[in-house]
Design a protein around this ligand. Structure first.
Ligand SMILES: Cc1cc2nc3c(=O)[nH]c(=O)nc-3n(C[C@H](O)[C@H](O)[C@H](O)COP(=O)(O)OP(=O)(O)OC[C@H]3O[C@@H](n4cnc5c(N)ncnc54)[C@H](O)[C@@H]3O)c2cc1C
Length: 392
């Protein structure tokens, strides 16, 4: 065999698994279609990732957190959820959670760079950049990965971390529940006049949501979700009009605002694989579950899955067991689904509720906000989901 595990895709999830396995002494090969240069210096992609306390712990254990520039880690101490034009808001405060912060904000390109640097320092991981995986096959004895240039790799286990549109998931015949919301997410950074006071705003307007997330250096991350047919209009809106529009939708809470850099657009498609393994094959990251960003759980789930899979594989390796054994992979699917299924379906339900424009939906939204503020256990449940402060 060439290695103990082949990982397809050097995104943050694939690299996290590679680092965990590499640190434990497993021989890992990571294949990635992007160039090594693009991985070493990832371009800014507009995504600012909200990370939970659990994710911070996992990233620290993997040696990723320490590689992030400290002045580029932002804190979310408060969160306000607003419904339409109503001034009433559902409010979460870090003091209620008993923590210094509800969560953290880090740019996706910095996470990618930290993960790449951590893997590069890991002697037992081989990275094959600039290589597209064109075929994956597994049999009772091994997994075989064929690359675009005709080379073939062998290992007892193949792990797919090749995005929510995973081609290898399909090659291995794993069905996935795919929900195309017909909506687009536009993200950008903006400067603002008044302090954000480490507050995240989630404003639900009919058929459009606006999230404004606190960053360091006097900036916020702006996330607009809207019907795909409206996206071009917002992407092409003259800068001054765009600035004024966001300020108005935020009810001038941050004073005048100004766009920094480009606006980036992402189609909104949620995915949940029916299982996270096949014969000698496992899925992690968005290839396993890709959620709508409204609850900011995508990469948090990716990290959780990476940790769960790595733990099982390291235990099997130490015990001298087959890494691709069905029992090892079944346990991974079982454990990870306990976390993914409620979050995936819960997120989709929130999206449905907050994109409906019917009067009953509006009433339910308003009622939920008030109940959320008044019912202590509901607040604590939402907060613990948001922050993932409880040890695992
Ligand atoms: C606008 C937006 C905001 C978000 N906000 C949050 C947030 O606040 N919190 C949160 O937790 N998550 C958030 N997410 C989700 C998060 O960005 C993703 O969950 C995460 O980036 C997925 O990482 P990944 O490694 O699984 O996949 P990707 O980052 O998609 O990486 C997949 C890799 O596989 C490679 N690849 C694909 N096919 C092949 C092939 N055939 N051969 C070789 N290589 C291949 C690709 O080049 C790529 O490098 C957000 C997402 C979006 C779009």
């Amino acid at each position: 065999m060439d290695s103990d595990v082949i990982i397809v895709g050097a995104g943050p999830a694939g690299l996290s698994v590679a680092r965990a396995l590499g640190e434990a002494g497993l021989a890992v090969t990571v294949t990635e279609r992007q160039s090594e240069r693009a991985l070493a210096e990832p371009a800014y992609d507009g995504r600012e990732i909200a990370l939970t306390h659990h994710s911070k712990r996992v990233m620290t254990d993997l040696g990723l957190w320490q590689r992030l520039p400290a002045d580029r880690i932002s804190l979310i101490r408060h969160a306000r959820v607003l419904n339409g034009a109503s001034p009433y808001s559902l409010h979460f405060d870090h003091r209620e959670a008993g923590t210094e912060t509800l969560g953290f904000m880090v740019s996706n390109h910095r996470i990618r760079k930290a993960a790449f640097d951590a893997v590069r320092d890991c002697g037992s991981v081989t990275l094959m950049a600039d290589t597209d995986v064109t075929r994956v096959r597994t049999d009772a004895g091994r997994g075989t990965v064929t690359l675009g240039d005709g080379r073939t790799l062998f290992a007892p286990l193949v792990v797919a971390a090749d995005s929510r549109f995973s081609a290898t998931r399909r090659m291995m015949g794993i069905p996935a529940d795919m929900l195309d919301f017909g909506r687009t997410c536009i993200v950008c950074r903006m400067t603002h006049e008044r302090s954000h006071q480490d507050t995240a705003f989630e404003c639900f307007h009919d058929a459009r949501t606006l999230a404004v997330l606190p960053l360091t250096h006097g900036e916020v991350s702006v996330v607009i979700t809207l019907g795909a047919e409206e996206a071009d209009g917002v992407l092409g809106m003259p800068e001054q009009a765009f600035n004024a529009d966001i300020g108005r939708r935020l009810k001038d809470r941050l004073g005048s605002m100004a766009l920094v850099g480009a606006r980036h657009a992402y189609p909104l498609v949620a995915v949940h694989a029916s299982r996270f393994h096949a014969r000698r094959f496992a899925l992690v990251g968005d290839a396993a579950v890709g959620t709508h960003p409204v609850t900011a759980h995508g990469f948090n789930l990716g990290l959780r899955g990476a940790g769960t899979l790595a733990q099982g594989l390291i235990a099997a390796h130490k015990a001298g067991h087959d890494l691709g054994a069905p029992a090892v992979l079944r346990r991974y699917t079982r454990r990870h689904r306990l976390h993914t299924l409620p979050l995936y379906h819960g997120t989709n339900a929130i999206v449905q509720l907050y994109t409906r424009t019917s009067p009953p939906a509006r009433l339910v939204r308003a009622a939920l906000l008030r109940l959320g503020n008044r019912i202590g256990p509901a607040r604590r449940l939402i907060m613990s989901q948001l922050t993932e402060t409880a040890p695992v």
